[in-house]
Design a protein around this ligand. Structure first.
Ligand code: AMP
Length: 282
């Protein structure tokens, strides 16, 4: 089994030993219930670094919904077995008290405009919780590179901006979304879907792909209206947002211009399970 440390003190001590003679340290933060998306991210990290640290922590400060936090899947034994097979160097597996000894106190770092749209708008306080915990991890681990998935593209942008704003010396790497055979983006939350909803969930990815085609000939507003309706094809499916944004500025577009890269993002609530996805279009 790989070495698992649960306290900051043990983490610092282990890191001191492990980092000796190693050129680069890669870090993959996760909330556990690991799937192939996480594992691919970790493999990429192993390819590019001599030392690989993975954290598993269901961060309470990034949940704006108490029920969502309570229902979030936790699979310690299975996760450790998966990481054992991958042969990661060190796993940081703290509990809430270890990460928040003074209770839930968020960082004062100001995210700015990114916090007010899409995920930020629909999950108030979510990104403030994300930057709080990621800052703590970066301080403790001091990685050279940290890996984030494209499924949470806005999260990647928030972290990248934080690192720039605070002059942190870590390179932020984006990794493409890993999908199930039917197109559904892998997510720890997928296991919460019942059988019927699981079969229907690829509607989100389907919406993004059909929208891509429609955007070639239709106005963004028209496609948006269609997409919001299409995502709600099944009973219990509630579309939260559908946006077309400029990839560089992450500003919503009213018109798609040729030669520019853009990103189409959607969020869909299926009963109590919230799924997000996006595709980048060039
Ligand atoms: P999470 O455990 O959901 O917080 O995710 C941990 C990291 O894995 C984040 O950087 C996610 O963006 C990334 N991730 C989650 N799902 C996928 C996926 N299907 N493909 C690639 N990366 C993913």
């Amino acid at each position: 089994m790989p070495k698992v440390v649960k306290t900051k003190e043990a983490l610092t001590e282990e890191l001191k030993k492990l980092k000796e003679g190693k050129k680069s340290t890669g870090f993959v933060p996760t909330m556990g219930a690991l799937h192939q998306g996480h594992l691919s991210l970790i493999r990429k990290c192993q390819e590019e670094n001599d030392l690989v640290i993975v954290s598993i922590f269901v961060n309470p400060t990034q949940f704006n919904d108490k029920k969502d936090l309570a229902n979030y899947p936790r699979k310690e034994e299975a996760d450790l077995q998966k990481l054992n097979r991958l042969d990661v160097d060190l796993i940081f597996y703290p509990d809430d008290k270890e990460m928040y000894p003074e209770g839930v106190k968020k960082t004062d770092y100001k995210i700015g405009a990114l916090a007010n749209k899409l995920e930020g708008k629909h999950r108030p306080g979510h990104f403030q919780g994300v930057v709080t915990v990621v800052q703590k991890f970066f301080d403790l681990i001091q990685p050279d590179k940290a890996y984030f998935g494209q499924k949470d593209f806005q999260q990647y942008l928030v972290i990248k901006k934080m690192v720039e704003d605070l002059n942190q010396k870590v390179e932020i790497i984006l990794f493409p979304t890993v999908r199930e055979k039917d197109g559904l983006a892998m997510s720890s939350r997928n296991v919460l879907l019942n059988l019927q909803d699981r079969k229907r969930a690829p509607i989100l990815f389907k919406t993004l792909n059909r929208a891509k085609v429609k955007l070639m000939s239709q106005e963004v507003s028209e496609v948006k209206e269609w997409a919001m309706g299409f995502m709600e094809s099944y009973p219990g499916f509630k579309a939260e947002y559908f946006e077309v944004l400029d990839l560089e500025s992450f500003k919503p577009l009213t018109k798609v211009e040729t030669g520019k890269k853009y990103i189409v993002c959607g969020a869909l609530q299926i009963d109590n399970v919230r799924l997000i996805d996006n595709i980048i279009i060039s």
